[in-house]
Design a protein around this ligand. Structure first.
Ligand code: DGL
Length: 302
């Protein structure tokens, strides 16, 4: 039985919450941008951390999880829109979600290689992402759409999202922090030289929503001249446009009733991970974080 949501439910669809999900805590980087862009909306955030990370799992498994989560958010929380705040899940499942839930406003996320190609002066763009994202057909199509003079150096970052999940649980643990730093170092070194000179990577795409939380390590490793690009803000703006067009934007409460923006926190795994990440990175209270048991996946976890 699902406990009553901590936010009051509105009878109109425009007052319904927006669902946001990720394999874990990475999608909080997108949620942060959504809250800034849409201050009058309510959100339900689902972290599938019982099955995180997604990056090294099969596309069929991720598609199954994504559909189960979307269906849960729709049926139990009456969401008006869903933001798939995970590049890996978008690559594996967005088409299935569009087919199966045709009336839901859907927003996916993909690595910002198009804006990176426009901004790069050296024409060399680094792309960090999960194995699942960078190996997907969807990403291959995106890559093929770039002008031929732009070279992308693709770096699958096995283990990095998991290390960030672990650091989220223990934000003050030096060993957890060092593990994230070591992986960032290994992967940036593997990509080659960073800088503004010819032949150097001058733009680095964070193609996984978790990596935003490793930004300080990445910045220190690639130096101040390299642009780091993530997709939180563009996704939030796109969500806003979509809701405006569909006449689904929440109306502001009158000042007398104004209340803090509301987020409901759900997780399939250890609630402490989500609570700790939200408190540390978003500085928000998480008293109402609930553990949700969805039906176990029919497909074996690869
Ligand atoms: N945060 C997710 C992404 O943007 C997935 C990371 C993972 O679970 O491996 O791809």
């Amino acid at each position: 039985m699902i406990p009553a949501p901590s936010c009051p439910l509105s009878p109109s669809l425009a007052g319904a919450p927006i669902g946001v999900f990720d394999s874990g805590v990475g999608g909080l980087s997108v949620l942060q941008a959504l809250r800034n862009e849409l201050p009058h909306e309510r959100f339900v955030y689902f972290s599938d951390n019982a099955w995180a990370p997604y990056g090294e799992r099969s596309a069929a498994f991720i598609a199954e999880r994504s559909l189960a989560i979307a269906t849960h958010l729709l049926e139990q929380h009456g969401i008006k829109a869903l933001v798939v705040a995970c590049n890996t899940a978008t690559a594996a499942a967005i088409e299935l979600l569009r087919q199966q839930l045709p009336h839901l406003q859907l927003v996916g996320i993909e690595p910002a290689i198009k804006p990176a190609a426009q901004r790069s002066h050296t024409g060399r763009v680094g792309v960090m992402g999960t194995r699942g994202t960078l190996g997907s057909a969807r990403f291959a199509r995106l890559l093929a759409s770039l002008p031929p003079q732009v070279q992308c150096v693709l770096q699958p970052c096995d283990g990095l999202a998991l290390a960030i999940e672990q650091a989220a649980l223990q934000p003050h643990d030096e060993a957890a922090r060092a593990a994230v730093q070591a992986l960032c170092q290994r992967y940036t070194q593997a990509m080659g030289r960073f800088g503004r000179q010819a032949g150097e990577i001058d733009t680095l795409v964070l193609g996984c929503t978790h990596y935003v939380f490793a930004q300080e390590h990445l910045r220190a490793l690639v130096g101040p001249d390299v642009q780091l690009l993530d997709t939180g803000v563009p996704v939030a703006r796109h969500t806003r446009r979509l809701l405006l067009y569909a006449q689904l934007l929440a109306t502001p409460s009158p000042p007398a009733q104004a209340q803090a923006p509301c987020v409901q926190w759900l997780t399939s795994g250890n609630p402490l991970v989500l609570r700790s990440a939200v408190a540390h990175w978003l500085h928000l209270p998480t008293a109402a974080c609930q553990r949700i048991m969805l039906p176990p996946p029919a497909l074996d976890a690869p």
